[in-house]
Design a binder for this molecule. Structure first.
Ligand code: 13P
Length: 309
């Protein structure tokens, strides 16, 4: 009885959202880590880079961003003429909170002439102090594009910076921040998963710790993992070393392949905050609007656009 009630209320919510979306001329975009029902509802699902590009070119009047605050802020930076809504006000990012604009300014004073390359998992104020942003999908290319004679301050993710430094063979001044979800994947966790599924290909996100990454078969952004898995033959088994939300798309797009999340710890609570009811309320009440002060936005935009070129 309660199950059929839940089903009909979910269907009612979906209908309500569809009607409100049309009325508001809205587009719903969702990150690959969002809960399955949010991914299924969204017009576009992708990684940080894909979603930034979408936010820059959409002609919708309203962008409902199902992700976390820094992602919605990036959309607001790129589309100041649109209303950007984050359906769960509290959906932040612990990694983004590891850097402040004040500390970036101190680092710039300490290393005059150094270029600041900032992971998009950062606040708009930090982006405004940066020369160029990057995501996990383009970090290697962004660092390669920097004049070799320049020093680079890479913030705020130490693990991604370490990985990029290794791939590009370039020394960088690394920030000390990390994503607690990815950092929870230890080498013993990797070994345990390998023992459990010995034939599986181990894919990992570059936010994992360097020692864990050493043990990976493939390293890439969330969408890079999706593309890689698609290229493998049916029957292939995978262990996924990133936030568990990615399994929804992987399984949906690869019915002939098997996916295991590497550890039960790979859950980002911030990414699980948005419900269908929140999406409905966000469109109904036009909440929670993400806006960025114009002077900061203009500076942050230059750093974000530099990576989109
Ligand atoms: P992607 O850009 O790979 O989707 O990663 C986003 C993120 O926040 C990882 O924790």
């Amino acid at each position: 009885m309660s199950q059929s009630h839940n089903k009909s209320s979910a269907e009612e919510l979906l209908q309500e959202i569809a009607a409100l979306k049309e009325e508001r001329h809205a587009v719903i975009i969702a990150h690959n880590y969002q809960p399955p029902e949010i991914q299924d509802l969204a017009d576009h699902v992708g990684d940080s880079l894909e979603l930034s590009r979408l936010a820059a070119k959409t002609d919708a009047r309203v962008i409902v961003f199902c992700g976390v605050k820094f992602m919605a802020e990036t959309a607001a930076i790129l589309s100041p003429d649109k209303t950007v809504l984050l359906p769960a006000r509290e959906a932040g990012c612990t990694l983004a909170d590891c850097a402040t604009a004040g500390r970036i300014r101190e680092m710039k004073q300490k290393y005059p002439g150094a270029l600041v390359v900032t992971y998009v998992n950062s606040s708009v104020e930090v982006k405004a102090e940066s020369d160029i942003c990057c995501t996990s999908a383009n970090a290697v290319d962004v660092v390669k594009s920097v004049d070799p004679s320049k020093q680079i301050i890479f913030a705020p993710d130490y693990n991604l910076g370490h990985y990029v430094s290794k791939v590009t063979n370039r020394r960088m001044i690394l920030w000390d921040g990390c994503c607690p979800t990815h950092a929870a994947l230890s080498t013993s966790g990797v070994e345990k998963a390998r023992e459990k599924w010995p034939k599986a290909i181990f894919m990992m996100h570059p936010e994992c710790k360097p020692a864990a990454l050493e043990l990976a078969d493939y390293v890439g952004s969330t969408s890079a993992m999706i593309r890689y898995a698609k290229q493998q033959p049916d029957g292939t088994e995978f262990i996924v070393g990133t936030e568990g939300g990615l399994l929804h798309k992987l399984e949906k797009e690869n019915p002939g392949k098997v996916f295991h999340v590497a550890s039960d710890f790979l859950v980002c609570p911030m990414m699980k905050m948005i419900s269908l009811g929140d999406v409905r309320d966000s469109l109904k009440k036009m909440q929670f609007v993400i806006s960025v002060p114009e002077t900061i936005r203009v500076k942050a935009r230059a750093a974000v656009e530099a990576m989109l070129l």
